[in-house]
Design a protein around this ligand. Structure first.
Ligand SMILES: CC(=O)N[C@@H]1[C@@H](OP(=O)(O)OP(=O)(O)OC[C@H]2O[C@@H](n3ccc(=O)[nH]c3=O)[C@H](O)[C@@H]2O)O[C@H](CO)[C@@H](O)[C@@H]1O
Length: 386
């Protein structure tokens, strides 16, 4: 079977990397990898970290393009590759414009699509935008759907999608498990401790990321006000991992540069980011994948969104929605920091057990797949009540 995997952003690269390795090692699969340059430098770093072989690169000069321009450029660029190679399956991930464009382009050529991380839904097309539309489009086209949780499978069944569904767990947990193992080895542990020797174990670490332009852009001053207030606490150390987007990054540097208790660090490599998540008492973020990784590491998340497509960790209490409201953020961080539970004690396998890639490869090869049985996942309101 000929399989072509395509990705273009940092999050996709992290979550597809262990699967690409597993597909490469599977004798029944002839695998090729194509990367787009939606977030080129960050993707390149992940390709090196996991030792992946890239067979095709699509250079689009994607930075700053509108969703329509990016979609059009992606479809035009991937079309000749698909027409020439005619894989038996094109594998895409999640909800990016790369995933939507490549799934549609493959479908136009009647090439079957496999969707990794299928079935996530916020229930509102504008949250997140355009990702909720992207993921619905890909699921409506896919022949193979790899749902990360039973709830994601239920979403797909309710929509009566035509493809086949397997519950596999999220491949992001496979990636986090692999890199966490490396972080326990002497080389990386020493490198991290040396590079980030300024991290003070006596103070409580708050890790921050914020990059969702559609909401975060306009609301950023409210986050900045909250962080300035929190930075006055002598018992707290704040680390802000800067966004990849240059405009947002400059806005954060202008607003928060020079505060004594707040460290602005350039977008961290994945091992370094995991290292910080392991040490943080709380992560304040608007990211999708961090809602999965941090609970797996036992670190609670305050989510700067009004809604999430990942209700499971909200139900388990590891993720709380705080919107982007200064008072709500300061109070929620205060409550989390006052929580006496030592970090790590609450780690849960909500989103995966590290075997998602193995299941996806088995499904593609037509072997039986013992599905991921997430421990009784309750559903809870995944929307802020305002
Ligand atoms: C609407 C939405 O939620 N869409 C998501 C979007 O991705 P996202 O929101 O998860 O994206 P980011 O937050 O950029 O990336 C996060 C990854 O980057 C690592 N990281 C972070 C900061 C840093 O300094 N260094 C790092 O290494 C971090 O550990 C994590 O693994 O696309 C994904 C793919 O389809 C989807 O799954 C996902 O739904």
């Amino acid at each position: 079977m000929k399989v072509l995997s395509i990705f273009g952003t940092r999050a996709e690269a992290i979550k597809m990397a262990p699967l690409v390795r597993a597909l490469h090692d599977e004798p029944g699969i002839d695998h090729r990898l194509c990367v787009t340059d939606q977030e080129y430098d960050a993707v390149d770093a992940i390709v090196s970290l996991f030792g992946l072989q890239v067979d095709h690169e699509l250079r689009l000069q994607a930075e700053g393009l509108s969703p329509n321009a990016l979609m059009a450029r992606l479809m035009a660029a991937v079309d000749p590759l698909l027409a020439r190679d005619r894989p038996d399956c094109v594998l895409v991930h999640g909800d990016t414009t790369t995933a939507a464009a490549c799934a549609l382009a493959a479908s136009h050529l009647r090439i079957p699509v496999g969707h990794v991380e299928a079935g996530l839904r916020s229930g509102d097309r504008s949250r997140a935008f355009p990702e909720e539309m992207n993921r619905r489009l890909v699921d409506s086209l896919a022949a193979w759907m790899f749902a990360p949780s039973p709830a994601a499978r239920r979403n797909l069944q309710q929509e009566r999608v035509s493809g086949r569904i397997w519950v596999t767990g999220n491949t992001g947990i496979d990636a986090a498990a692999a890199v966490s193992r490396r972080l326990r080895g002497p080389d990386l542990a020493v490198a991290m401790a040396g590079r980030y020797g300024w991290v003070d174990p006596q103070r409580r670490l708050v890790l921050v990321t914020g990059h969702r332009k559609e909401r975060f852009g306009a609301a950023a001053p409210r986050l900045f006000a909250a962080l300035r207030e929190l930075a006055r606490r002598p018992d707290v150390q704040i680390v802000y991992a800067l966004p990849l987007d240059r405009e947002l990054r400059d806005a954060v540097m202008d607003a928060l540069g020079g505060l004594p208790n707040l460290h602005l660090v350039e977008a961290l490599g994945y091992p370094a980011f995991l290292w910080f998540m392991q040490r943080a008492r709380v992560v304040l973020t608007d990211s999708g994948s961090i809602q999965e990784e941090a609970p797996w590491l036992g670190t609670p998340v305050l989510l700067m969104r009004d809604a999430t497509e990942r209700p499971e960790a909200v139900a388990s209490g590891m993720v709380s929605l705080v919107g982007i409201d200064s008072r709500r953020i300061v109070d929620a961080v205060g409550r989390r920091l006052a929580d006496p539970a030592p970090r790590g004690e609450t780690a849960r396998p909500t989103y995966g057990d590290g075997r998602a890639c193995e299941r996806i490869v088995a499904a593609l090869c037509g072997r039986p797949v013992p599905e991921f049985g997430a421990a009784a996942v309750r559903t809870a309101s995944a929307t802020l009540p305002y």
